[in-house]
Design a protein around this ligand. Sequence first.
Ligand code: PLP
Length: 379
Amino acid sequence: MAKPQKIWLSPPHMGDNEQKYIQQAFEDNWIAPVGPSIIAFEKDLELYLGNRVHVAALNSGTAALHLGLIMLGIQPGDEVFCQSFTFSASANPILYAGAIPVFIDSEPESWSMCPDCLETALKTKAQKGKLPKAIIVVHLYGMPCKIKDIMYIAGKYGVPVLEDSAEALGSRYGGEYCGTFGDIGILSFNGNKIITTSGGGALITKRKEFKERAVHLATQAKKDKPYYEHDEIGYNYRMSNIAAAIGRGQMEVLDTYIAKRRKNHAAYADFFSATQQISVLEEYSLDCYSNFWLTTITVNPSEDSIVPENIRVKLSSENIESRPLWKPMHLQPVFKDAEYVGGDVAEKLFNTGLCLPSGSGLTDTEKERIFSTLREFLF
Ligand SMILES: *Cc1c(COP(=O)(O)O)cnc(C)c1O
């Protein structure tokens, strides 16, 4: 029997107008990392995020994090704090900059950086007279982290915050958009994110001169001269006009897609409410509004031998993709020598959790296929 069609975790989902904007770029021959769609996409994002911010469109979220660290003045040998429970792209740019990562544990409500662990780590570093030069905090799976507490603690010690909002475009805390709290914020438009430009990212800042500097650094740091003159090292990090054209179309459907992902989440929450064995990550306070980029669950310890890996394998046998939660950075072979502050919150989540198919294009029929597969297995 032919396998049923694959249900992906979070596949690209095009709206109606992306091709129109691409067509325009072809007609005008703006097939380059420069052009009107880049400017228009930046404007769309600035308007969406509340118009108090400036946005620089870049070719990945990772590039945005790297430029963010450079703009915060990170030098080789500096320490940078980073949430341990995240995708490696949050941490790798610390190494690109020659700096030293110190990983911080999560707390169980948001799954993101634990404010108490952060405070402990900052206190210890302050006593040694060596504060970190930046703190990278992440809104994981679209769930807003405890950003106000983190900004407050970071502010007490005068350490800037780089807010990795790659998974949280459209999520809000206390009514304000994720990505706009930190000294610098970043977004990703990779293929699996809530909207995509095929590959892309953005840097968010409240300071106009920061945006100008980000664009300058992202375009090889060329001075305004007829010949190319450089007084610092630049990067080739600017977004392509074609990618930005896709982004303009995606911005038109963003809020509809968030509504669809939130509906997916509500359907999963309803489904799992029938069992004590599974917990679904929920908004933990009235201040939280999650885009529910991915619906994530944890399996509660029980006599039954249900472990997330069994659920993953079962779903996979029906051609349904699911994935374990991020493996914490302090448990990664590549970061085995890095300093870590915290307990076992992130590690426990990694051992018990799973991400479920959450695309904005997920149909009711597909959801029913997922549920009937799980029903067989769980009940
Ligand atoms: C996707 C992602 C990134 C990296 O974005 P890219 O555009 O893929 O470079 C960074 N941090 C987190 C938390 C992500 O999920």
